[in-house]
Design a protein around this ligand. Structure first.
Ligand code: PLP
Length: 224
């Protein structure tokens, strides 16, 4: 099936409030254009250099989401145009995003990445750390970012019970933060779910899924 067909199928299968970030990493600009022509506007990338190159070749109204490990020294390259940085995993990184946003005279939307998986390879704040960021007002020092919600990745496992448990944990944290009254009106995105587990994520309260393979097929290198 075509990329357009896959996007349309995916979107009709979802409740209308769930946003789809099409994860286009390792896929060429021509594929992104095809998705764009099918109406897709949110795209996710995880490498700064690749993202900047694609940004320069594609329409201005794309909302680019950064979803990978972000080194502080590279924030400046994406700060002028990035829509949302989903992978804020330390206050050090948040501080640099805040600083670069100020330089660009804009506010940048961010999601805090929470470590819910078993694997230690995944990044993010622990559930307790994340809760404390709000309860102790630690985020008030960053006026140039908009704290828009949370992002998490479940363990890579066939055990759906475990994956579901991890999604529930993240949803509970998201709700608990909302109940502190310290998160603000913009705190409304819960980014969880990928190609293999988005249905489970949506059933457990995801508002935004990040889907690559299911839209674009297996990842390949971008043609130079
Ligand atoms: C690559 C990636 C995805 C998309 O994965 P698929 O399994 O191809 O849908 C989602 N989220 C993050 C953080 C990723 O790095």
């Amino acid at each position: 099936m075509s990329i357009a067909g896959k996007i349309n199928d995916l979107k009709t299968s979802l409740p209308p409030h769930v946003k789809v970030v099409a994860v286009s990493k390792f896929h060429p600009v021509s594929d992104i254009r095809e998705a764009y022509d099918a109406g897709q506007r949110l795209f996710g990338e995880n490498k700064v250099q690749e993202l900047v190159a694609k940004y320069q070749q594609l329409p201005e109204d794309i909302q680019w989401h950064f979803i990978g490990t972000l080194q502080t020294n590279k924030v400046k390259y994406i700060a002028p145009f990035i829509h949302t940085i989903q992978s804020i995993d330390s206050l050090r990184l948040l501080k640099e995003v805040d600083r670069q946003a100020a330089k660009c005279n804009r506010r940048i939307r961010v999601l805090l990445e929470v470590h819910i998986a078993e694997e230690t390879s995944k990044h993010g704040f622990s559930v307790d750390e994340c809760m404390r960021l709000f309860s102790e007002n630690q985020l008030d020092e960053y006026p140039n970012v908009i704290i828009s919600g949370l992002m998490g990745m479940a363990t890579f496992t066939e055990d759906t019970k475990q994956v579901e448990h991890e999604f529930q944990l993240l949803r509970q944290l998201f709700d608990a933060i909302g109940q502190t009254g310290k998160a603000g009106d913009s705190f409304n995105e819960l980014s969880m779910g990928m190609s293999d587990d988005f249905q489970l994520a949506v059933r457990n309260g995801s508002t935004m899924i990040r889907v690559g393979t299911k839209i674009f097929g297996e990842r390949r290198m971008v043609e130079k």
